[in-house]
Design a binder for this molecule. Structure first.
Ligand code: ATP
Ligand code: MG
Length: 345
Protein backbone atom coordinates (compact mmCIF):
# COMPACT_ATOMS: atom_id res chain seq x y z
CA UNK A 1 0.00 0.00 0.00
CA UNK A 2 1.33 3.40 -0.95
CA UNK A 3 1.81 5.87 1.90
CA UNK A 4 0.49 9.41 1.48
CA UNK A 5 1.34 10.80 4.90
CA UNK A 6 3.73 9.69 7.61
CA UNK A 7 4.15 11.23 11.03
CA UNK A 8 7.35 10.50 12.91
CA UNK A 9 7.37 11.18 16.63
CA UNK A 10 5.63 14.50 16.07
CA UNK A 11 5.53 16.72 19.15
CA UNK A 12 4.32 20.16 20.11
CA UNK A 13 4.92 21.90 23.39
CA UNK A 14 3.40 25.30 24.12
CA UNK A 15 4.67 27.68 26.77
CA UNK A 16 1.96 29.32 28.83
CA UNK A 17 2.39 32.96 29.93
CA UNK A 18 3.23 31.75 33.45
CA UNK A 19 6.12 29.72 32.01
CA UNK A 20 4.57 26.26 32.42
CA UNK A 21 4.74 23.90 29.45
CA UNK A 22 1.69 22.34 27.78
CA UNK A 23 2.54 19.10 26.00
CA UNK A 24 -0.27 19.38 23.45
CA UNK A 25 1.09 16.62 21.18
CA UNK A 26 3.40 14.12 22.84
CA UNK A 27 4.95 12.19 19.97
CA UNK A 28 2.65 10.83 17.30
CA UNK A 29 3.63 8.13 14.81
CA UNK A 30 1.21 7.16 12.10
CA UNK A 31 0.87 6.38 8.40
CA UNK A 32 -2.05 7.30 6.20
CA UNK A 33 -2.37 5.17 3.07
CA UNK A 34 -3.09 6.65 -0.32
CA UNK A 35 -6.82 6.74 -1.05
CA UNK A 36 -8.07 6.13 2.48
CA UNK A 37 -10.09 8.18 4.92
CA UNK A 38 -8.20 8.17 8.21
CA UNK A 39 -9.93 9.68 11.24
CA UNK A 40 -8.32 11.09 14.32
CA UNK A 41 -10.99 10.59 16.96
CA UNK A 42 -10.60 12.28 20.31
CA UNK A 43 -12.24 14.56 22.88
CA UNK A 44 -11.82 18.34 23.20
CA UNK A 45 -8.23 19.29 23.84
CA UNK A 46 -6.83 15.93 22.68
CA UNK A 47 -4.40 17.61 20.26
CA UNK A 48 -6.22 17.17 16.93
CA UNK A 49 -5.98 20.77 15.72
CA UNK A 50 -2.40 21.12 16.94
CA UNK A 51 -1.48 18.03 14.90
CA UNK A 52 -3.26 19.32 11.79
CA UNK A 53 -1.58 22.73 12.20
CA UNK A 54 1.88 21.15 12.32
CA UNK A 55 1.38 18.92 9.30
CA UNK A 56 -0.09 21.76 7.27
CA UNK A 57 2.87 24.02 8.01
CA UNK A 58 1.06 26.53 10.24
CA UNK A 59 2.84 25.54 13.42
CA UNK A 60 6.43 24.46 13.74
CA UNK A 61 6.78 21.08 15.47
CA UNK A 62 8.79 21.00 18.70
CA UNK A 63 10.19 17.69 17.45
CA UNK A 64 9.56 15.07 14.81
CA UNK A 65 8.51 15.39 11.20
CA UNK A 66 5.67 14.83 8.75
CA UNK A 67 6.36 13.35 5.31
CA UNK A 68 3.75 14.12 2.67
CA UNK A 69 4.01 12.20 -0.59
CA UNK A 70 7.72 11.77 0.17
CA UNK A 71 8.36 15.43 1.05
CA UNK A 72 9.27 16.52 4.56
CA UNK A 73 7.18 19.40 5.86
CA UNK A 74 10.37 20.76 7.46
CA UNK A 75 12.85 20.24 4.62
CA UNK A 76 10.61 20.55 1.55
CA UNK A 77 7.64 22.61 2.72
CA UNK A 78 6.78 23.99 -0.72
CA UNK A 79 6.52 20.57 -2.40
CA UNK A 80 4.73 19.12 0.63
CA UNK A 81 2.18 21.92 0.76
CA UNK A 82 1.42 21.65 -2.97
CA UNK A 83 0.03 18.16 -2.33
CA UNK A 84 -2.28 19.12 0.55
CA UNK A 85 -5.51 21.00 1.00
CA UNK A 86 -6.58 22.23 4.43
CA UNK A 87 -10.10 22.69 5.77
CA UNK A 88 -9.59 24.44 9.11
CA UNK A 89 -11.80 23.98 12.18
CA UNK A 90 -12.55 27.69 12.35
CA UNK A 91 -14.35 29.05 9.31
CA UNK A 92 -11.97 31.46 7.58
CA UNK A 93 -13.93 33.46 5.01
CA UNK A 94 -14.39 37.13 4.18
CA UNK A 95 -18.02 37.81 5.17
CA UNK A 96 -18.52 40.84 2.92
CA UNK A 97 -17.13 39.15 -0.21
CA UNK A 98 -19.26 36.81 -2.32
CA UNK A 99 -18.70 33.06 -2.37
CA UNK A 100 -16.98 33.36 -5.74
CA UNK A 101 -14.76 36.23 -4.62
CA UNK A 102 -13.69 34.23 -1.58
CA UNK A 103 -12.78 31.24 -3.74
CA UNK A 104 -10.91 33.49 -6.20
CA UNK A 105 -9.00 35.17 -3.39
CA UNK A 106 -7.86 31.89 -1.84
CA UNK A 107 -7.22 30.37 -5.28
CA UNK A 108 -4.72 33.16 -6.00
CA UNK A 109 -3.02 32.39 -2.70
CA UNK A 110 -2.58 28.83 -3.96
CA UNK A 111 -0.93 30.26 -7.08
CA UNK A 112 -3.85 29.86 -9.48
CA UNK A 113 -4.70 32.62 -11.95
CA UNK A 114 -6.49 33.42 -15.20
CA UNK A 115 -8.46 30.67 -16.92
CA UNK A 116 -7.09 27.98 -14.62
CA UNK A 117 -8.43 29.89 -11.60
CA UNK A 118 -11.86 30.42 -13.19
CA UNK A 119 -12.05 26.75 -14.14
CA UNK A 120 -11.17 25.52 -10.66
CA UNK A 121 -13.60 27.97 -9.00
CA UNK A 122 -16.40 26.74 -11.30
CA UNK A 123 -15.53 23.14 -10.49
CA UNK A 124 -15.53 23.79 -6.72
CA UNK A 125 -18.83 25.70 -6.88
CA UNK A 126 -20.41 22.71 -8.61
CA UNK A 127 -18.80 20.25 -6.23
CA UNK A 128 -20.08 22.03 -3.12
CA UNK A 129 -23.39 22.67 -4.89
CA UNK A 130 -23.36 26.45 -4.48
CA UNK A 131 -23.03 27.66 -8.06
CA UNK A 132 -26.44 29.36 -7.92
CA UNK A 133 -25.38 31.28 -4.80
CA UNK A 134 -21.90 32.27 -6.06
CA UNK A 135 -22.75 35.98 -6.30
CA UNK A 136 -24.19 36.19 -2.78
CA UNK A 137 -22.15 37.53 0.09
CA UNK A 138 -20.95 35.06 2.71
CA UNK A 139 -22.74 36.98 5.47
CA UNK A 140 -26.06 35.96 3.90
CA UNK A 141 -25.16 32.23 4.05
CA UNK A 142 -26.34 29.65 6.59
CA UNK A 143 -23.81 27.92 8.82
CA UNK A 144 -23.91 24.80 6.65
CA UNK A 145 -23.30 26.80 3.46
CA UNK A 146 -20.33 28.59 5.03
CA UNK A 147 -18.92 25.22 6.02
CA UNK A 148 -19.24 24.08 2.40
CA UNK A 149 -17.37 27.13 1.09
CA UNK A 150 -14.71 26.53 3.77
CA UNK A 151 -14.33 22.99 2.41
CA UNK A 152 -14.30 24.21 -1.21
CA UNK A 153 -11.32 26.45 -0.50
CA UNK A 154 -9.29 23.46 0.64
CA UNK A 155 -10.03 21.68 -2.65
CA UNK A 156 -9.30 24.50 -5.12
CA UNK A 157 -5.91 23.25 -6.30
CA UNK A 158 -7.12 19.62 -6.41
CA UNK A 159 -4.86 18.34 -3.64
CA UNK A 160 -4.04 14.66 -3.29
CA UNK A 161 -4.36 14.85 0.49
CA UNK A 162 -7.07 16.79 2.33
CA UNK A 163 -7.05 17.62 6.06
CA UNK A 164 -10.50 18.27 7.48
CA UNK A 165 -10.61 19.47 11.07
CA UNK A 166 -14.08 18.84 12.58
CA UNK A 167 -15.93 20.17 9.52
CA UNK A 168 -19.42 19.42 10.88
CA UNK A 169 -19.27 21.27 14.19
CA UNK A 170 -22.18 23.59 14.86
CA UNK A 171 -24.44 22.73 11.94
CA UNK A 172 -27.84 21.10 11.54
CA UNK A 173 -28.21 17.36 10.83
CA UNK A 174 -29.11 17.86 7.17
CA UNK A 175 -26.03 19.96 6.45
CA UNK A 176 -23.94 17.47 8.39
CA UNK A 177 -25.25 14.64 6.20
CA UNK A 178 -24.28 16.60 3.12
CA UNK A 179 -20.77 17.21 4.36
CA UNK A 180 -20.25 13.55 5.27
CA UNK A 181 -21.36 12.62 1.73
CA UNK A 182 -18.86 15.16 0.38
CA UNK A 183 -16.05 13.54 2.38
CA UNK A 184 -16.92 10.13 0.94
CA UNK A 185 -17.01 11.64 -2.56
CA UNK A 186 -13.50 12.99 -2.12
CA UNK A 187 -12.26 9.45 -1.68
CA UNK A 188 -14.62 7.53 -3.94
CA UNK A 189 -14.97 9.89 -6.91
CA UNK A 190 -11.83 12.01 -6.77
CA UNK A 191 -9.44 9.41 -5.36
CA UNK A 192 -8.20 11.77 -2.67
CA UNK A 193 -6.73 10.79 0.69
CA UNK A 194 -8.48 12.36 3.68
CA UNK A 195 -7.26 12.96 7.21
CA UNK A 196 -10.41 13.74 9.16
CA UNK A 197 -10.67 14.82 12.79
CA UNK A 198 -13.74 14.49 14.96
CA UNK A 199 -14.90 13.98 18.53
CA UNK A 200 -18.00 12.15 17.27
CA UNK A 201 -17.81 8.38 17.26
CA UNK A 202 -20.60 8.04 14.69
CA UNK A 203 -18.70 10.13 12.14
CA UNK A 204 -15.48 8.21 12.61
CA UNK A 205 -17.39 4.94 12.28
CA UNK A 206 -19.23 5.93 9.15
CA UNK A 207 -16.38 7.54 7.24
CA UNK A 208 -13.15 5.88 8.15
CA UNK A 209 -11.12 3.13 6.63
CA UNK A 210 -8.96 3.38 9.74
CA UNK A 211 -9.16 5.32 12.98
CA UNK A 212 -6.54 6.65 15.38
CA UNK A 213 -7.91 7.37 18.84
CA UNK A 214 -6.15 10.38 20.30
CA UNK A 215 -6.21 11.46 23.93
CA UNK A 216 -3.98 13.88 25.86
CA UNK A 217 -1.70 14.32 22.84
CA UNK A 218 -1.11 10.64 22.19
CA UNK A 219 -2.50 7.99 19.88
CA UNK A 220 -3.81 5.37 22.28
CA UNK A 221 -5.15 2.93 19.69
CA UNK A 222 -5.16 2.64 15.92
CA UNK A 223 -6.74 0.33 13.36
CA UNK A 224 -9.91 -0.48 11.47
CA UNK A 225 -13.12 -0.25 13.43
CA UNK A 226 -13.24 -4.04 13.61
CA UNK A 227 -9.70 -4.23 14.98
CA UNK A 228 -10.43 -1.56 17.57
CA UNK A 229 -13.71 -2.98 18.82
CA UNK A 230 -12.04 -6.38 19.29
CA UNK A 231 -10.06 -4.70 22.08
CA UNK A 232 -13.22 -4.55 24.19
CA UNK A 233 -14.24 -8.11 23.34
CA UNK A 234 -17.22 -9.27 21.38
CA UNK A 235 -19.81 -8.81 24.09
CA UNK A 236 -22.89 -6.67 23.79
CA UNK A 237 -24.21 -4.64 26.69
CA UNK A 238 -27.91 -4.66 27.54
CA UNK A 239 -28.91 -1.52 29.40
CA UNK A 240 -32.24 -1.91 31.22
CA UNK A 241 -33.62 1.16 32.94
CA UNK A 242 -35.77 0.10 35.87
CA UNK A 243 -37.92 1.82 38.49
CA UNK A 244 -36.05 0.37 41.46
CA UNK A 245 -33.44 1.77 43.79
CA UNK A 246 -31.73 -1.57 44.20
CA UNK A 247 -31.57 -4.98 42.61
CA UNK A 248 -31.80 -8.07 44.84
CA UNK A 249 -28.78 -10.33 44.64
CA UNK A 250 -31.11 -13.24 43.84
CA UNK A 251 -32.26 -11.52 40.63
CA UNK A 252 -28.67 -10.88 39.57
CA UNK A 253 -27.83 -14.53 40.17
CA UNK A 254 -30.86 -15.68 38.16
CA UNK A 255 -29.93 -13.56 35.18
CA UNK A 256 -26.36 -14.86 35.36
CA UNK A 257 -27.39 -18.50 35.54
CA UNK A 258 -30.62 -18.70 33.54
CA UNK A 259 -29.71 -16.57 30.51
CA UNK A 260 -27.36 -17.95 27.85
CA UNK A 261 -24.15 -16.06 27.23
CA UNK A 262 -24.32 -13.67 30.19
CA UNK A 263 -20.92 -12.97 31.75
CA UNK A 264 -21.62 -10.10 34.14
CA UNK A 265 -24.49 -8.11 35.63
CA UNK A 266 -24.06 -4.66 37.19
CA UNK A 267 -26.55 -2.36 38.80
CA UNK A 268 -26.23 1.38 39.19
CA UNK A 269 -28.66 3.59 41.04
CA UNK A 270 -29.65 6.81 39.33
CA UNK A 271 -31.31 9.92 40.71
CA UNK A 272 -34.70 9.67 39.09
CA UNK A 273 -37.30 12.37 38.93
CA UNK A 274 -40.99 12.05 38.31
CA UNK A 275 -42.00 12.85 34.79
CA UNK A 276 -43.65 16.28 34.69
CA UNK A 277 -47.09 14.71 34.20
CA UNK A 278 -46.75 13.04 37.59
CA UNK A 279 -45.75 16.19 39.43
CA UNK A 280 -48.17 17.00 42.19
CA UNK A 281 -49.00 20.64 42.81
CA UNK A 282 -48.32 21.88 46.34
CA UNK A 283 -49.05 25.17 48.07
CA UNK A 284 -45.62 26.50 47.19
CA UNK A 285 -45.78 25.39 43.59
CA UNK A 286 -44.83 22.14 41.92
CA UNK A 287 -42.05 19.97 43.25
CA UNK A 288 -40.16 17.32 41.40
CA UNK A 289 -40.24 14.33 43.69
CA UNK A 290 -37.43 11.84 43.22
CA UNK A 291 -38.44 8.29 42.54
CA UNK A 292 -36.28 5.24 42.52
CA UNK A 293 -34.52 4.52 39.28
CA UNK A 294 -31.58 2.41 38.25
CA UNK A 295 -29.79 0.90 35.29
CA UNK A 296 -28.95 -2.77 35.01
CA UNK A 297 -26.04 -3.47 32.66
CA UNK A 298 -25.89 -7.02 31.41
CA UNK A 299 -22.84 -8.18 29.48
CA UNK A 300 -23.82 -10.93 27.09
CA UNK A 301 -22.38 -12.68 24.04
CA UNK A 302 -25.50 -12.00 21.99
CA UNK A 303 -27.54 -9.20 23.49
CA UNK A 304 -30.51 -9.58 21.19
CA UNK A 305 -30.87 -13.25 21.99
CA UNK A 306 -30.59 -12.72 25.73
CA UNK A 307 -33.13 -9.90 25.90
CA UNK A 308 -36.48 -11.83 26.03
CA UNK A 309 -35.33 -14.07 28.89
CA UNK A 310 -33.89 -11.11 30.82
CA UNK A 311 -37.19 -9.25 30.55
CA UNK A 312 -39.10 -12.33 31.60
CA UNK A 313 -37.01 -12.64 34.76
CA UNK A 314 -37.25 -8.94 35.66
CA UNK A 315 -40.99 -8.70 35.06
CA UNK A 316 -41.52 -11.99 36.92
CA UNK A 317 -39.81 -10.39 39.94
CA UNK A 318 -42.15 -7.42 39.76
CA UNK A 319 -39.47 -5.03 38.53
CA UNK A 320 -40.80 -2.23 36.31
CA UNK A 321 -38.65 -1.99 33.16
CA UNK A 322 -38.83 1.49 31.63
CA UNK A 323 -36.55 1.10 28.64
CA UNK A 324 -34.04 -1.25 27.12
CA UNK A 325 -31.06 -0.52 24.93
CA UNK A 326 -28.69 -2.96 23.25
CA UNK A 327 -25.17 -1.60 22.74
CA UNK A 328 -22.90 -3.49 20.43
CA UNK A 329 -19.14 -2.93 20.78
CA UNK A 330 -18.35 0.46 19.23
CA UNK A 331 -15.60 3.06 19.29
CA UNK A 332 -17.22 4.74 22.29
CA UNK A 333 -16.77 1.48 24.20
CA UNK A 334 -13.14 1.30 23.05
CA UNK A 335 -12.49 4.81 24.35
CA UNK A 336 -14.18 4.00 27.65
CA UNK A 337 -12.18 0.78 27.90
CA UNK A 338 -8.86 2.56 27.31
CA UNK A 339 -9.37 5.74 29.33
CA UNK A 340 -12.18 5.04 31.78
CA UNK A 341 -13.87 8.17 30.44
CA UNK A 342 -16.68 8.90 28.00
CA UNK A 343 -15.77 10.41 24.64
CA UNK A 344 -18.64 12.86 24.85
CA UNK A 345 -18.48 16.00 26.96
N1 ATP B 1 -1.38 28.30 21.34
C1 ATP B 1 -1.55 27.53 22.42
N2 ATP B 1 -0.98 27.84 23.60
C2 ATP B 1 -1.12 27.06 24.69
N3 ATP B 1 -1.83 25.91 24.70
C3 ATP B 1 -2.42 25.55 23.56
C4 ATP B 1 -2.32 26.32 22.35
N4 ATP B 1 -3.01 25.70 21.38
C5 ATP B 1 -3.53 24.59 21.95
N5 ATP B 1 -3.17 24.49 23.24
C6 ATP B 1 -3.51 23.38 24.17
O1 ATP B 1 -3.13 22.17 23.58
C7 ATP B 1 -4.08 21.15 23.83
C8 ATP B 1 -4.59 20.56 22.53
O2 ATP B 1 -5.40 21.52 21.86
P1 ATP B 1 -6.03 21.27 20.42
O3 ATP B 1 -6.66 22.53 19.97
O4 ATP B 1 -5.00 20.66 19.53
O5 ATP B 1 -7.13 20.18 20.76
P2 ATP B 1 -8.29 19.57 19.82
O6 ATP B 1 -8.16 18.10 19.91
O7 ATP B 1 -8.25 20.20 18.49
O8 ATP B 1 -9.61 20.01 20.61
P3 ATP B 1 -11.07 20.46 20.03
O9 ATP B 1 -11.85 19.19 19.82
O10 ATP B 1 -11.64 21.23 21.20
O11 ATP B 1 -10.88 21.27 18.81
C9 ATP B 1 -5.15 21.79 24.70
O12 ATP B 1 -4.86 21.52 26.03
C10 ATP B 1 -5.00 23.26 24.39
O13 ATP B 1 -5.43 24.03 25.47
MG1 MG C 1 -9.58 21.28 17.42
Amino acid sequence: METMLELHDLKKHFKRPDGTIVEAVKGIDLQVHKGEIFSLLGPNGAGKTTTISMISGLLEPTAGDAIIGGYSIRQNPIQAKALMGVVPQEIALYPTLTARQNLEFFGRMYGLSGRELAKQVDWVLDFIDLRDRQKDKINTFSGGMKRRVNIGIGLLHRPQLVYMDEPTVGIDPQSRRRILDTVLQLRDELGMTVLYTTHLMEEAEELSDRVGIIDHGQIIAMGTQGELTLMVGEEDRLLCKVASADLPEAVIERIKHDVDGVTAVDFEQRDGHRASADVEPTETGTVRAARPEGVITIHAKRGRKALPRVLEILIGQGIEVQSVEIREPDLEAVFLHLTGRELRD
